[in-house]
Ligand binder design. Structure first.
Ligand code: HEC
Length: 301
């Protein structure tokens, strides 16, 4: 009997310890490496901090309380941390933005609620509570993407698409080096990527080999989407109509299917059956209306 009690106590202790350890594990955030490294492209200053404070009070304070004020909503599990605290401040700027965009459990995600720029402002406000924080700015400037000129030329003999990525800087046109280029063909549902993502060379040039048998429209045209990702110039895309595909004359999905179509008339039996159905339904309606009228006239109701 005594042994049994001991065993139970051991079991309970062990289970509780396991739960506690698991809970500790769940408290760390699994942030992908490239996200962790992300930095803000706006400089944190008094203005961004006070704009961030307004956003924080509207979106976060109800759960996290005001930093350092110990007015956290403690009824939640896990309890939302005080974001001015040591453990939260140990997170990188990229971590914080990732957490805002993904959320977890009771922590909502703000991906479509707070714009990227405003998210940095909230983070700017939170960093104000950390005297040891020194901001590292991202090199990326969102205005720079406007300078990018992307051109695509197709060599129909070799079936190669050549993409040129140049930036129209004040100092003249400079090639964008080592930018990622991804090429897609537009389809009914979403886009299909051609080949793998390639990097531009020292001249801002990248080449993608096309398969020879892609179906195009009647004249063989295909809509080709070229996307560029670069850490300085951001994300830029252009669409080009290129005569790359094999001419394919496919009728639209609804062209030969309509009942009253002039191209291919529906068989007589389909039409008659359909009309018979409509007619029967009208008769039924009339019959019901007539019955209602009779009931009404009979003064039984
Ligand atoms: C509905 C309540 C709620 C709201 C609103 C909320 N959070 Fe949270 N937040 C939580 C909870 C709960 C956690 C703990 C989640 C966990 O660890 O699984 C959390 C965790 C976090 C963390 C991780 C901190 C750490 O040290 O691990 C950050 C950062 C954070 N929230 C930022 C914000 C910001 C910024 C806002 C406003 C834009 C916000 N939260 C709004 C409930 C909330």
């Amino acid at each position: 009997m005594l042994k049994n009690k001991l065993n139970t106590r051991l079991f309970v202790t062990f289970s509780l310890a396991t739960l506690l350890i698991l809970n500790c594990f769940s408290a760390t955030w699994d942030v992908p490496a490239d996200q962790k490294e992300k930095k803000s492209y706006i400089k944190f200053d008094k203005q961004t901090s006070s704009q961030g404070e307004v956003l924080y009070n509207a979106n976060c304070a109800s759960c996290h309380g005001n930093p350092g004020k110990n007015n956290i909503l403690k009824s939640l599990n896990p309890i939302p941390p005080d974001l001015s605290g040591k453990s939260s401040q140990a997170l990188s700027d990229g971590d914080l933005q990732y957490i805002l965009n993904t959320g977890r459990g009771l922590m909502p995600n703000f991906k479509n609620v707070i714009s990227a720029e405003d998210q940095w402002k909230v983070i700017s406000y939170l960093r104000g509570f950390n005297p040891n924080y020194v901001q590292e700015l991202s090199k990326f400037d969102p205005n720079k993407s406007k300078l990018v000129k992307l051109t695509a030329k197709f060599d129909s003999k070799a079936n190669i698409l050549t993409v040129m990525a140049l930036a129209d800087e004040k100092s003249g046109k400079i090639p964008i080096i080592k930018a990622e280029i991804a090429v897609f063909v537009k389809r009914y549902f979403g886009n299909m990527q051609i080949e793998k993502t390639v990097l531009t060379d020292n001249f801002g040039k990248a080449q993608v080999v096309f398969p020879k048998d892609l179906p195009g429209n009647k004249t063989g045209d295909l809509e080709v989407l070229v996307k560029l990702f670069d850490e300085n110039y951001g994300e830029v895309q252009t669409t080009n109509k290129l005569a790359i595909g094999v001419p394919t004359d496919k009728p639209a999905l609804n062209e030969k299917r309509a009942i009253w179509n002039v191209l291919a008339k529906a068989p007589i039996w389909t039409l008659s059956l359909y009309l018979l159905g409509v007619f029967a339904f009208i008769l039924l309606l009339l019959y019901l209306l007539n019955n209602l009228r009779k009931l009404y006239n009979s003064k039984t109701i």
